[in-house]
Design a protein around this ligand. Sequence first.
Ligand SMILES: Nc1ncnc2c1ncn2[C@@H]1O[C@H](COP(=O)(O)OP(=O)(O)OP(=O)(O)O)[C@@H](O)[C@H]1O
Ligand SMILES: *[C@@H]1O[C@H](CO)[C@@H](O)[C@H](O)[C@H]1NC(C)=O
Ligand SMILES: *[C@@H]1O[C@H](CO)[C@@H](O)[C@H](O)[C@H]1NC(C)=O
Ligand SMILES: *[C@@H]1O[C@H](CO)[C@@H](O)[C@H](O)[C@H]1NC(C)=O
Ligand SMILES: *[C@@H]1O[C@H](CO)[C@@H](O)[C@H](O)[C@H]1NC(C)=O
Ligand SMILES: *[C@@H]1O[C@H](CO)[C@@H](O)[C@H](O)[C@H]1NC(C)=O
Ligand SMILES: *[C@@H]1O[C@H](CO)[C@@H](O)[C@H](O)[C@H]1NC(C)=O
Ligand SMILES: [Mg+2]
Length: 669
Amino acid sequence: MLFVIALAVSLLVNTAPTHETGDFTYHGFRSANLSLDGLAALTGNGLLRLTNETEQKVSHAFYPNPITFKNSSSGAVYSFSTTFVFAIIPAYPRMGSPGFTFVITPRREFPGALPGHFFGLFNKTNDGNPTNHILAVEFDTILNNEVYDINDNHVGIDVNGLVSVKSFPAGYTENNIPGFKNLSLVSGKAMQGWVDYDGVQKQIRVTLAPINVDKPTTPLFSLSLNLSQIFKETMYVGFSSSTGTFLTTHYILGWSFKVNGQAHRLDLSQLPRLPHMKKKQKSILLTTGLPFICLFFLSTLVFAMVYAIRKRRKFTEVLEDWERDYSPHRFKYKDLYVATKGFRDQELLGAGGFGRVYKGVLPTSKTEIAVKRISHESRQGMRQFIAEIVSIGRLRHRNIVTLLGYCRRKGELLLVYDYMPNGSLDKYLYNQPKVTLSWSQRFRVIKGVAYGLYYLHEGWEQVVIHRDIKASNILLDSELNGRLGDFGLAKLYDHGTGPQSTHVVGTLGYMAPEYTLTARATASTDVYAFGTFLLEVTCGRRPIEVQEEDDVILVEWVFSCWDKGDILEARDPNLGTDFLAKEVELVLQLGLLCSQSQPTARPSMRQVVQYLEGDLALEEFSSLGISRSGFPFACHEGFGTSGRSYPFYGDNAFSHMSSVANSLLSGGR
Ligand SMILES: Nc1ncnc2c1ncn2[C@@H]1O[C@H](COP(=O)(O)OP(=O)(O)OP(=O)(O)O)[C@@H](O)[C@H]1O
Ligand SMILES: *[C@@H]1O[C@H](CO)[C@@H](O)[C@H](O)[C@H]1NC(C)=O
Ligand SMILES: *[C@@H]1O[C@H](CO)[C@@H](O)[C@H](O)[C@H]1NC(C)=O
Ligand SMILES: *[C@@H]1O[C@H](CO)[C@@H](O)[C@H](O)[C@H]1NC(C)=O
Ligand SMILES: *[C@@H]1O[C@H](CO)[C@@H](O)[C@H](O)[C@H]1NC(C)=O
Ligand SMILES: *[C@@H]1O[C@H](CO)[C@@H](O)[C@H](O)[C@H]1NC(C)=O
Ligand SMILES: *[C@@H]1O[C@H](CO)[C@@H](O)[C@H](O)[C@H]1NC(C)=O
Ligand SMILES: [Mg+2]
């Protein structure tokens, strides 16, 4: 019976209009029966999410039952107290919109209420209307001058409308620590708010503090407010919020409320966790920053790759399998690049018909080198050429410029020679040289070159034809010894020889007449060029001097001097008087002897050396069958005394046969 009565009572209580005295505490809202609308929703872990990142929407969350706020007999509004923990998380740092309110209102529905700064509570028609009976404490993150907002981060008390009765910048004064501290509502951090109404004093106090800071005894602000006219007997309490254009999420983590008494303290440890703040911020950072970061990294990567590829390409070499045998003679392009300081112009020693020559210092051994860069297009014949270079590279003679090695790149061959500090001989001979050589120095060079050539022709297991003997290819070492250079190339050209060969490589004026006809280089064509060289060094004149009226051909001119009986007249005036007439005469005559058009009439290099050393006496020309009347030098095909035509080369007398040489370099026939 008692049970039945109890059941009836309980049923009665449940169905009776639920007026409440109002005393509740929520640590999270998992078990709460809030009345939600709009964007408001509960998250899985019990957070009350008032808004999510949706534009221009409203939201409301109310305690489900109306609460009695007024003594019906006296009409006085009771004291009440509430506290809640909230967080405003903007999608973009410090860009909130527009905030939320703690609201006490006679209705839970707001038809026609607007989002944005209307907080989902009012619209333009009813804003400020006393019939609204609404008290709201706004946490406003937007500066809206229409409603006289003080800034974009404030707390205000709104009565029936959006224009705050009083407002204050968000902040707090920590207990026992003097000084007001600003607090950014849109920091994304959880913070706590308190609203206390003293029904006797008719005063409302609003307090704010970061989470984990005790409730400040000094409120943010207080306001004397007689709520008698504003409140109805029963009211709903809850929160309203809305979104504007900036995407913001508003959360309530916990809430306690009490009429006629102090709201229960919230136990912060029991509150649900916010979606990880750091993560959220990171994701904000990622969404905005990631594309830039990606772009940055990508472009850095691309730059690095381009740089690496360029660098690799800059130093790429051509290395084929057959070259493994020659690896000791192989130089790394990078080393040569470093040695010549990137082949810069300051290191340029000179340029010839086949390429430029740069000075360099090998990084590891500190050896001084001269690097000759030769461009070549084809890889054909390269194998043979390298084989020759390496075999010649084994030549060691004090009158030969040592070929140290080579390097190959696409379209380019680099030959590495010993550096000759005193440069090439031509610099000391022509065009009013600053420094000229004395006769004894010249004679020493001549003898040296003769020995060098003799070695090439006879001292080596195979006959090496130089093919390009001339003053610019005679280099002077530190002791002013003459050394033959560029024989590496000469050997390469040898592949072009043979009866079927049609290519001629050499420098005009140094080429034996039969050579220009047959293109067959022999030891005696070298002797011919050597003869020209002898005359050149002694006379200080080029083999052919192109002049306006009449070109001077050195051989003919020296012969004519001899013919007149004064061969010494042909000597270089720069020699002065400090010379041995016997030696000068010997060299000039030997020059003429070597320059005979009949190859068999020329001496061998062995004989030349013997003549120069005085081991073999040079007989009078007449006894050699040369008579003053019959000139044996001018009967060349091509450039004789009569017609100065150079059928092979046009009249660019000193030009190299680069194209011919290149075709030989690339092995073409
Ligand atoms: N080993 C070296 N040491 C110092 N200087 C050198 C060396 N080799 C060449 N040179 C300098 O570089 C210049 C150019 O040489 P290069 O051999 O390219 O031209 P060339 O001798 O005038 O003509 P060619 O192409 O017929 O040999 C030379 O005149 C010389 O001054
Ligand atoms: C926001 O919440 C509403 C209601 O819960 C939902 O329909 C909408 O999809 C949500 N939007 C986003 C962006 O989360
Ligand atoms: C929740 O509140 C509504 C009224 O707002 C009521 O109809 C419903 O029965 C309540 N549910 C629970 C589980 O308390
Ligand atoms: C309501 O007011 C009357 C008269 O002023 C008073 O006697 C009564 O105790 C009040 N009731 C409450 C619940 O405060
Ligand atoms: C304004 O709001 C009130 C109450 O919420 C509503 O009755 C009214 O129709 C709204 N006015 C407009 C223009 O939406
Ligand atoms: C606090 O904010 C106000 C403006 O709202 C500003 O003038 C003041 O400098 C801020 N104080 C600090 C310590 O940031
Ligand atoms: C509050 O307002 C009511 C009604 O207007 C009035 O009767 C009462 O005296 C006011 N109280 C105070 C303290 O001003
Ligand atoms: Mg040269």
